[in-house]
Design a protein around this ligand. Structure first.
Ligand SMILES: [Zn+2]
Length: 378
């Protein structure tokens, strides 16, 4: 414990120095948790899911991305293994919730598992969205044409997701690989902000004592699970075309968090550590006006925006999704939630694909200019 506190102190001091150096701009990379110590081992295995992520050129692209991160610190090294469901990085091609090209889930030991491991990353699951199209050919990649024709560059998306895997969350620097806004079509090279972030976590890294892995997790133990992704970007015309609902309204509350299991209870351990178990809640919006689409029937003029996150028992899930506040007025482009992860539960859920809001700061503002355009059009 003493060692950990000292390390925390050093990190805090380093952060203070960085903050004072970077007065303009004051914001930079972010780490997932203040207490985060990086991976629990300096030899992180990567496992490609046999049944879904089995394209050899995609695997090569993924490993190339991993090595750009590993090159930043001798305390971070990636290896491959054919073992499945490991205490390392597990890579899948499958359903993804909400509006992301790919998502990443970081499993972090919290104090109720074992204080020796507090703040260390024990597992990471990366899922490439099987509703999106991918390529490893730079000249064919295209993320600016219409959504159904887009071909995302595997290495670009992998580089961003692996940034989450090593412990970074979205950066406030708009030119960073770890930006929270949609990525350029080809963006395979780490920027100085990304490099600073990974070096901050790993250059002072020390291993925890012992060799516990997250697969030793037992029901009732504590875990922090951080979920983040690469958002799909739409232009103004596409936003209207791809929205199932466009509404103006007011946030009136939110439902309590639930696991996405039939009865809402904690999934079995194997499921829990897998890519598709999640805690979610609904933000409830009372609708003033509908600009496109029809509200679901029998919902009293309300819509339910499905968000990832919440605490149940000793498990806390956090995500980088939009934060809403009670009483907030919102103008939102919404898509019906039809992914297989949270769509089978509760009332019809929606997720936000746009609006006049800022993904970087998660602040949603009433989009007066967009609204006036919609008012003119209707
Ligand atoms: Zn992300």
């Amino acid at each position: 414990m003493k060692n950990m506190n000292m390390k925390h102190l050093i990190k805090s001091l380093t952060a203070l120095v960085l903050i004072s150096v970077l007065i303009t701009p004051a914001l930079a990379y972010n780490i997932n948790y203040d207490e985060q110590n990086g991976w629990y081992t300096d030899q992180v295995n990567i496992s490609f899911d046999n049944s879904s992520f089995n394209n050899s050129s995609w695997k090569t692209a993924f490993l190339t991305s991993a090595n750009t991160w590993a090159a930043q610190s001798s305390n971070l090294n990636f290896y491959t293994t054919t073992a499945q469901n490991i205490s390392g990085v597990n890579v899948y091609y499958g359903p993804v919730s909400a509006n992301s090209v790919a998502t990443e889930k970081t499993f972090i030991f919290n104090a109720t598992v074992n204080p020796h491991y507090f703040g260390y990353i024990g597992r990471s699951n990366v899922v490439f969205n099987s509703s999106c199209n991918f390529t490893t050919n730079q000249s064919q990649a295209n993320s600016t044409c219409s959504p159904s024709l887009r071909l995302y560059d595997v290495q670009t998306i992998a580089t961003h997701e692996l940034g989450h895997s090593v412990g970074l969350s979205h950066s406030n620097i708009a030119t960073a690989v770890m930006r929270g806004t949609p990525l350029p079509t080809i963006f395979r090279t780490l920027q100085s902000d990304d490099k600073n972030g990974v070096k901050f976590i790993y250059n002072s890294w020390q291993p925890p004592s012992g060799s516990k892995s997250v697969t030793d997790y037992k029901k009732g133990d504590g875990l922090d699970i951080n979920v983040a992704g690469s958002p799909i970007g739409y232009n103004e015309k596409e936003l209207i075309e791809y929205s199932d609902l466009i509404i103006k309204g007011k946030v009136i509350g939110q439902t309590s968090p639930k696991w996405n299991t039939k009865d809402g209870s904690e999934p079995e351990t194997e499921e829990l550590l897998g890519p598709y178990s999640i805690i979610y809640y609904d933000v409830v919006v009372e609708v003033d006006k509908t600009y496109k689409g029809e509200l679901p029937k029998d919902v009293d003029n309300r819509i339910y925006i499905r968000n990832i996150g919440g605490t149940i028992g000793n498990i806390t899930v956090t995500s980088d999704e939009n934060k809403f506040e009670k009483g907030q007025e919102v103008f939102l482009h919404l898509k019906k939630n039809s992914d297989t992860i949270t769509s089978n539960y509760g009332p019809q859920g929606y997720y936000v694909i746009g609006g006049d809001y800022n993904l970087d700061t998660n602040v949603i503002n009433l989009g007066n200019d967009v609204i006036s355009k919609m008012e003119t059009a209707t």
